[in-house]
Design a protein around this ligand. Sequence first.
Ligand code: GLV
Ligand code: MN
Ligand code: MN
Length: 412
Amino acid sequence: MPLSIDDARLFSEIEVLATFSDAEAPAVTRIVFTPTDLKARAWMKHRCEDAALTVREDAVGNIFARWDGFDTDAPVVGTGSHIDAIPNAGKYDGVVGVLGGLEAIRALRQNGFRPRHSIELLIFTSEEPTRFGIGCLGSRLLSGVLSAAQAKQLTDKQGATLDEIRLGAGFENELESVKLPPAYYKAFVELHIEQGPLLEQQKIPLGIVTKIAAPASLRVVIEGSGGHAGGVLMPDRRDALCAAAALILEIESAARTSGAVDTVGTVGICDVFPGAVNSIPSRVGLGVDIRDTDLCRRDEVIQKLEKACRSIAFARQVSIKLEPLNADAPAECAPAIVEVLTQSCRNNNFTFLPMVSRAYHDSLFISRIAPVAMVFIPCRNGYSHRPDEYADPQDIARGTLVLAETLAELAK
Ligand code: GLV
Ligand code: MN
Ligand code: MN
């Protein structure tokens, strides 16, 4: 019997999950461990329990929903993604992989499939870096890329520690217990929107990811000298925001001139102190994001940034501190899982594009401990991380079907 994806149920669940938001619709804002995020998690757990999955949470709030296989000693076949959303985001980033993963499991169960390997849906904590400054918090801890001791140093903007926040949210075990045992997974497959324009431009319904690009992020703090916007004359100024402006343009230029279109550099945070129109900025904090498919090229941009910090600090007589937050290597997807995804596409006559993920995902970190692969579906105009992010229901259903068939093949 062919698998049937209940697309009406899946789309209505995507709509319901979008209502758990701290922004006005159609925007979605769901920051980890806020009351809104906790309500969304509770709703998700109910959906998983309604699907007869066994739900557990670890100390950092990663949610595992398990369909037991008949060989309970066999390593797990995992799928999943995240439901946290950056400020002013859309409905589909992460959510398609979580609700699509749940629907894939329901479709397999309804079809009478009995897995040998347990199949587990994983809802990762804080894929987005919004609250703690570092992305993929849950998967970094699960894979051991981030130690419990390092995680304990993380704070939010108000200075509250990760431990204080997660304990307040009811996650009480030791962070040390989050790391997964070796060989926990047989395989992990993540469904996600592309977050870029290629599939739509080429009218191809599915992408099979072969590689995930290398992300890095850094915090820059520039200290100059404040003062009265009328009283301090231009030759006497040490304006921290003017120094930041020069640095931002250096970052743009380093990324633009790397020699490859794959290099991208973004300054997405600029906090100006004291932030008054008639006061010279004395301190500026920048959040910098640099990525590339090639690790050396990515690191060359970081080196140019370090050099620019030194020369701008000297020229403008300000101090510039650069703090790396993360600098991760790229990941290769597992050829064996890519092959299963490919077969599923061929069997269904779905055309597909082998592609690189330019966004990072929890799969980047799970790849350090397990074979992973990802399936992409198109998103309108390539838009993501904005309220008009949109994925076509037919594309979501196709991606979910390929995910379901792949999970079945891996778990049999
Ligand atoms: C994930 O949201 C990313 O920034 O790539
Ligand atoms: Mn995102
Ligand atoms: Mn995502």
